[in-house]
Write a protein that binds this ligand. Structure first.
Ligand code: IPE
Ligand code: MG
Length: 229
């Protein structure tokens, strides 16, 4: 099937790493390890399909409620991912950006993130937005507080958007959530306004190019009217 309509910006709520591991009698962090592999496969497929923008909900503000072992494990995986993939991103013209409150994550990882963002800042084939210690409500509140600090007395959608962590990303066109849960879970609330939603039972570590193509096929049949008749 020829894909005529491609979303400009796809969001991924990558869910199901823990269940994937549990099914195999493995620790949750092994699920996250395979989850990173699925992110890499997805980025490859996005490049192949010439998708321009992708956001990955990697770690939510609420994920800090998990055990220290799990949280530390996720941060370690991030360190490894940035170390191996940023080199590749430079070659493949991928820009990396990060959305969320980075002040709460380990200092060395913060620095590694800022360096990775800086090293890829001139790339423009695919923009990969990693949502890290991110929450949709927190994003909106953080924006409001900065608007107050800047003493603005009026904002419209464009000005408000420029205060969000996600300011460099266009609105979401397509949201894919894995693992069978049918909810938004505080992801990019402002940007989701007119996004098409897609839910699949596939657990995130099993997500790959074939599953992405299946979702993109479904997108062909969505009739987007943005409030028009
Ligand atoms: C998603 O998988 C990854 C993160 C939120 C870090 P989960 O860890 O939420 O997996 P389940 O929902 O327990 O299966
Ligand atoms: Mg989950």
């Amino acid at each position: 099937m020829k894909l005529k309509k491609l979303p400009n910006h796809i969001g991924f709520i990558l869910d199901g790493n823990g269940r994937w591991a549990k099914k195999r009698g493995l620790k949750r962090n092994i699920g996250h390890k395979f989850g990173v592999e699925a992110v890499k496969k997805t980025v490859e497929a996005l490049l192949e399909k010439n998708i321009k923008y992708a956001s990955f909900f990697v770690f939510s503000t609420e994920n800090f409620k998990r055990s220290k072992e799990e949280v530390d494990g996720i941060f370690d995986l991030l360190r490894q991912y940035l170390k191996s993939d940023v080199k590749e991103y430079k070659e493949k013209n991928v820009r990396l950006i990060v959305s969320g409150d980075l002040t709460k994550i380990p200092q060395d990882l913060q620095e590694q993130i800022l360096n990775s963002v800086n090293e890829t800042k001139n790339n423009d084939k695919l923009i990969v937005n990693i949502c890290l210690n991110y929450g949709g409500q927190q994003d909106i509140i953080h924006a409001c507080n900065n608007i107050i600090k800047d003493k603005l007395d009026f904002v419209d959608e464009t000005v408000f958007k420029s205060y969000l962590y996600t300011k460099d990303m266009p609105p979401l066109d397509f949201l894919i959530r894995t693992s069978g849960e049918i909810r938004i879970s505080n992801f990019m609330l402002f940007d989701l306004a007119y996004s098409e939603l897609y839910f699949t039972k596939t657990l995130w570590p099993d997500f790959n190019k074939r599953k992405l193509l299946k979702a993109l096929k479904e997108f062909q049949f969505r009739n987007r009217r943005f409030g028009k008749a």
